[in-house]
Write a protein that binds this ligand. Structure first.
Ligand code: TYD
Ligand code: MG
Length: 450
């Protein structure tokens, strides 16, 4: 009979302490220690499996680059670096309702004839069936298992011998060896370690779905992110249909790729041409709207930036932005005030990035500034002009990375002009696209509004 003892575990980093402490010495988090009961039987994590294994000479190790299996969804394959590596552990995190279960089920259904075990700790078999009925793929060899016990799941993997295992979610899974509740750091760590061992021994790729806490980090300890081979983040605004699948860590590929999806009545659809979606061609000549040529990771797309500047109704003017950092907006407004003499201090400024997307690419600065100026002056900007540059505190228009990709994308989308920083050298001309260079805010004003 195993003896139980209780320890206090930091829910943020997994550090342990025999008594409760308010401040974690390991990760610096406050008030993160919770009491967890642990059995004195050591958990059967991967670390004990040491006797059989020996080091191998690097030159003698044989690997097969093609040891990947397709997820059946090309956007997912692409961001994984060409499919799922056999025996890899993939963690997919995201806010509730963003579409994690939907994407996982679509992957399970995408390849006809592949044996998949989809373990759902959150939804019953019936619920999963209902959802599957709405999605497009069909797979006769897809098993659904409503279970939360780790050992039971592992027993079934012996019986079914799946080619892909999906766990929805790691926080609902628990090992009966440990007495702490499902979702606690000890449980999450143990379950992930057992899954890792299963994946490595069987060569079956395992997708773990993980919840995200309020502050946007993956629930459970940081160790979870260290254990797994790939961390994918599913992002998006629940009020909009666009979703971005972003690799935050990938041991087998680049983290610069992103996958773009659209949530519809038949589940998630891949968006192969994002620029088509994020800009509207039929819009009227309205002031306050500009197009930014942005790049996310390595993927260029054009996106609409909308601004509204109006007289402040209250004493303090409002500054609000969606999809763009408000502090950065405030900084750009201060630059406009100081360097271009615009009195925005008595004006409300609202900024919106189309599609509910969050853009952190600094190259959107110029489009933001142009949209604010356009709304303030009430002069529309020609909607065949794209903009791509960073704006510095001194009001200088700064060069940005991956300019060539932005130019090519603007040309492909039929734009007639792109405004970039004058500090770029040797820009390659593209037929049909005029490249305008500006050095200062004043230059931008002259170019667009005079
Ligand atoms: P879900 O995959 O359950 O999210 P998660 O597992 O990340 O919590 O997605 C749920 C949302 O997706 C839900 O609000 C409804 C929407 N949805 C659709 O719009 N179309 C569909 O075909 C499906 C299956 C879901
Ligand atoms: Mg779910």
């Amino acid at each position: 009979m195993a003896k139980s003892k209780s320890v206090y575990v930091c829910q943020n980093c997994g550090a342990e302490s025999p008594k409760w402490i308010g401040h974690c010495p390991a990760c610096g988090e406050w008030n993160s220690y919770r009491e967890e009961i642990v059995s004195s039987t050591p958990p059967s994590g991967i670390s004990r499996d040491i006797t059989r294994r020996k080091p191998e000479l690097l030159s003698g190790i044989e690997v097969n680059e093609n040891d990947r299996i397709t997820s059946g969804i090309s956007e997912t394959d692409r961001i994984l670096g060409g499919g799922m590596v056999k025996g890899s552990l993939i963690l997919m995190g995201g806010e509730p309702g963003i579409g994690k279960s939907t994407l996982a089920l679509q992957i399970a259904l995408a390849t006809q004839g592949r044996t998949v075990l989809y373990v759902s700790g959150e939804e019953s078999e019936g619920q999963v069936k209902l959802r599957a009925g709405r999605l497009e793929g069909r797979n006769e060899r897809c098993f659904i298992f409503n279970e939360t016990d780790l050992d039971s799941v592992l027993t079934q993997t012996e019986a079914i011998k799946p080619e892909l295992l999906i766990i929805d979610s790691i926080q609902t899974l628990s090992s009966s060896l440990l007495e702490s509740s499902a979702g606690s750091v000890t449980q999450v760590r143990e379950c992930a370690a057992r899954m890792l061992r299963y994946a490595k021994e069987s060569g079956v790729p395992v997708i773990l779905i993980g919840h995200i806490t309020k502050d946007g980090t993956l629930a459970g300890p940081k160790v979870l992110e260290h254990i797994v081979d790939v961390v994918l983040q599913f992002e998006g605004d629940g009020n909009y249909v666009f979703r971005i699948l972003r690799p935050v860590k990938n041991r087998f590929g680049s983290t610069a790729e992103i996958g773009i999806f659209e949530m519809g009545p038949k589940g998630l659809r891949e968006v192969t041409d994002p620029s088509e979606l994020f800009i509207r061609r039929d819009r009227d000549k309205a002031s306050g709207v500009t197009i930014a040529a942005t790049v996310d990771g390595v993927r260029p797309f054009l996106i609409e930036t909308q601004s509204l500047v109006s007289s402040a109704v209250y004493g303090t003017p409002q500054r609000s932005s969606t999809g763009f950092d408000t502090r950065r907006l405030n900084m750009l407004l201060a630059v406009l005030e100081k360097r271009a003499g615009f009195r925005l201090g008595t004006r409300d400024v609202f900024l919106n990035i189309a599609g509910g997307l969050k853009v952190s690419d600094p190259a959107i600065d110029l489009a933001v500034v142009a949209a604010v100026l356009s709304s303030n002056l009430d002069i529309p900007v020609d909607h065949h002009i794209a903009l791509a540059a960073e704006v510095s505190l001194s009001g200088e228009i700064r060069p940005v990375a991956r300019l060539e990709q932005r130019i090519t994308e603007a040309a492909r989308m039929g734009f007639s002009e792109i405004v970039i920083s004058g500090f770029h050298r040797d820009t390659r001309e593209v037929p049909g696209l005029k490249i305008s260079k500006v050095y200062k805010i004043e230059g931008l004003v002259r170019l667009l509004f005079s």
